[in-house]
Design a binder for this molecule. Sequence first.
Ligand SMILES: N[C@@H](CCC(=O)N[C@@H](CSC=O)C(=O)NCC(=O)O)C(=O)O
Length: 250
Amino acid sequence: MSILSFTRAWQALEEQTTIHVVLPNQIDPKNKLQVLWLLHGLGDNGSGWIRKTNLEVLTKYTNLAVITPEMNRSFYMNMANGLPYWDYLTKEVIPEMRKLLPLSTKWSDNFVGGVSMGGFGALKLAFTHPDWFSAVIPMSPVVDLTTLPKMMPDFRAIFDGALPDRYLQHLAEAAPKEALRKLRFYYLMGDQDEMKPESDAFAAYLNNRLGLNVTYQTEPGGHDWLYWQKILPDVLTWLLHVRLSDGKPL
Ligand SMILES: N[C@@H](CCC(=O)N[C@@H](CSC=O)C(=O)NCC(=O)O)C(=O)O
């Protein structure tokens, strides 16, 4: 595997960020790579996935590019008193990385996942751009923004006024239902995670109210990297099944 560390300035942010990329050794120029966009949580950065898991070893067997954008403490938003990270991600990072690397742009070849704040980001990307990804993997996602003050003392950098209630539900309800129902979700949550009751309810809402294809897996685990590094092999195995079930050679 190759690990690239890609640093440059971005127009939306007017500052430098570093994006980490895991690439397979064998790249066939005729077949563009399938991509897992893997999002980090609060207090972390894109390097977290590389430093705190065995991502490099696991992806040796998956022939997949993995991209971990740097999103700072943005909650995957254009911040009210900060930088427009959502625009940077959706209008710059994803299109630019696709220009620079041999990445497939097809819906069926793109997958998005993330932990905690990054799980929120993965759900937000799926609901706002359901035609960009075919599989969505929220791991211990924050699904209720009204709980933000408990975890993030500087939440006013993101939201000026009242915290949005049912933010993800509104996005999901506004998304084209046909496109949403084509997505496959693998939603993972630790039993010891304080946010589990919100996720139990949110996963049930996605499955039962919206009729989405959501596999909700809960097991012993907290809101931490011990749990996330433990579930990463399950995530990549589930993704392999999804990719193989599409009938394409990997
Ligand atoms: N109150 C802290 C919260 C930081 C924190 O615990 N972050 C978790 C992810 S939680 C959701 O996004 C984490 O994994 N941090 C990195 C680590 O290595 O522990 C704050 O305001 O930052």
